[in-house]
Design a protein around this ligand. Structure first.
Ligand code: AMP
Length: 540
């Protein structure tokens, strides 16, 4: 017997319609590429998104077509998120920090028909446009007066397109499994691969991340996503915010500590999200100028392990609760987030802090397990480290165009991460399986070693890699960027590890550099770092 309830497909456009109806006057504030602050509401966004959907129709965008963006976090990007997916086409958010060859690869691989871009990227578009034969129009996301005198064929102006349209578009309803958005993985090895989210997976992910033990966002939240809309859809915040009617504050291209701080204070931001490298910049700015936050309460940190020293500084120096999260592009991206359970509330401050450091628990819609090298399940004892596998409502089933064959193993997606899970379900990522240091048959977590180094006051950033060792196979090398105006020696740093980590895990050597290489998504590029130190001779 079938249930007798309505069947309403989960549509991305419904998130916006909901916000327009129920949170019409809630604001969306954007720092624009032109430099000013733009301010409007969900009511305005709804109207303009429908105008844009009409414009896409006149540009002959059909269901399933790929429409790409190369853009910062801002209101026009938000309109594109909804107009493109809402009309049945697929929004492909391109990471402008990719190398030009990778960028060209993904534009041509996705077969993008139209590309919308922020003015910052005009020189980049001028360079690559001729090599993108499938792109029939390039749309500068600006008004007529700011249109650049660019040498780009088929250049259109965003505001001109909207001005020509009415807002009478009716969002169509279709199968909720229809593709809605396309993101490419950063591709540390080989070509980037496309992850194709559906309306259903996106809507379910958005609903799940709003839950109290996940992002805990609400109609009282003022959210500044520092995580870019070209990096796994800003972790789903552009979908979650309309769903609960949160005010959005978009930072545009200004991601330095001073600009983020100024915008947070001006707009009374109480919620933010970003990768550790961005927060390093912000915390440095606060320290240097002896500043405090007036309204910021929460920040989600993910994308790489949040160093304990950073979590501590946010919480103790600035009264901001850190929500340490783990996820990946193939998971839309959220997988776990750290919040305590009721039984933990009686813990001491120190114990609670220790609990807050790991990557947290998963939530309904996802299932996690760890297995050994032979695929045998390992116990959830907080000790046994194994390969982390996931399955769930917003986890990849296949890459776009089935690149590389099915990624699944017995119905589970292997994340490539190594982890432990404790009896309460708390996940501790010990390493990327490729980054773990194999020393004499034992494994050393590069993340653990980086976290210790990051706790030293003279260390701005630290990366640890395994380098060849004639006896132990590999031994850890600590590569450090010193904090401006601070000094520390190799010996002092190695001494700092004593008592903080097992003796045999202490790095064999320290190399000081001016800067660490980063990937397009802001992680330390271990691949490049290993390359840089491939002939490194360890002492002794
Ligand atoms: P991406 O698909 O670019 O978002 O990268 C996903 C990968 O980033 C994961 O598989 C992890 O290796 C890493 N990652 C993300 N969040 C964390 C975290 N909180 N701690 C440690 N590693 C993380």
């Amino acid at each position: 017997m079938q249930g007798l309830m309505m069947q309403m497909p989960l549509m991305i456009s419904a998130l916006l319609t909901h916000a327009e109806k129920n949170h019409a006057d809630t604001e969306i504030v954007s720092r624009t590429v032109e430099g000013d602050i733009h301010r409007y509401t969900y009511r305005d966004m709804g109207r303009r998104s429908r105008q844009l959907a009409n414009a896409l129709k006149h540009l002959k965008v059909k269901p399933g077509d790929r429409v790409a963006t190369i853009a910062w976090n801002g209101y026009r990007h938000m309109e594109l998120y909804y107009a493109v997916s809402g009309s049945g086409a697929i929004i492909h958010t391109i990471n402008p920090r990719l190398f030009p060859e990778q960028l060209l690869y993904i534009i041509n691989h996705a077969e993008d028909g139209i590309i919308f871009f922020d003015l910052t990227f005009t020189p980049l578009i001028e360079k690559i446009a001729a090599q993108c034969p499938k792109v029939r129009a390039w749309v500068a996301m600006t008004d007529h007066s700011h249109l650049p005198p660019a040498r780009i064929e088929n250049l259109l102006c965003y505001e001109d397109l909207l001005d020509a349209e009415k807002d009478d578009y009716v969002w169509p309803e279709f199968d909720e499994n229809t593709a809605a958005c396309l993101c490419y993985t950063s591709g540390t090895t080989g070509n980037p691969k496309g992850v194709l989210y559906s309306h259903r997976s996106t809507a379910l992910h958005a609903m799940a991340v709003c839950m109290p033990d996940v992002f805990n966002m609400s109609a009282r939240s003022v959210v500044l996503p520092v995580v870019p809309m070209f990096h796994v859809n800003a972790w789903g915040i552009p979908y979650a915010a309309p769903l609960i009617g949160a005010k959005l504050v978009f930072p545009g291209p200004a991601l330095d500590g001073a600009s983020i701080y100024q915008l947070m204070e001006q707009e009374k931001v109480n919620y933010s999200a970003g990768v550790p490298t961005v927060w390093l910049g912000l915390l440095n700015h606060l320290k240097q100028h002896n500043l405090k936050f007036s309204t910021l309460q929460y920040t989600v940190i993910g994308g790489s392990a949040a160093p304990p020293a950073m979590i501590q500084s946010f919480q103790e120096d600035y009264g901001v609760r850190v929500l340490h999260a783990w996820g990946m592009t193939e998971m839309s991206p959220l997988g776990t987030l750290n919040t305590p359970k009721e039984k933990h509330l009686s813990m001491s401050k120190e114990e609670l802090f220790k609990l807050s450091l790991n990557q947290g628990r998963t939530f309904f819609g996802l299932d996690l397990k760890i297995v050994d090298d032979d695929g045998k399940s390992l116990p959830r004892d907080g000790q046994s480290a194994g390969h982390l596998l996931v399955r769930g409502q917003w986890v990849i089933h296949d890459y776009y165009k089935s690149d590389g064959g099915s990624p699944l193993k017995d119905g589970w997606f292997p994340t490539g991460d190594m982890a432990t899970i404790d009896p309460d379900g708390y996940l501790q990522i010990t390493d990327r399986s490729k980054d773990v240091i194999k020393s004499g048959g034992e494994w050393i977590s590069s993340i653990d070693l980086e976290n210790v180094a990051m706790a030293h006051p003279a260390v701005a950033e630290a990366g640890v890699i395994g380098v060849h060792h004639p006896k132990w196979e590999e031994r850890p090398l600590l590569v450090v960027v010193k904090r401006a105006g601070q000094d520390v020696t190799r010996e002092e740093l190695l001494k700092f590890y004593e008592g903080r980590i097992a003796k045999w895990q202490i790095p064999d050597d320290v190399a000081f550099v001016n800067e660490l290489p980063h990937t397009a998504t802001g992680k330390i590029s271990k691949l490049q770092l290993r390359q840089q130190f491939k002939d490194y001779q360890l002492p002794g």
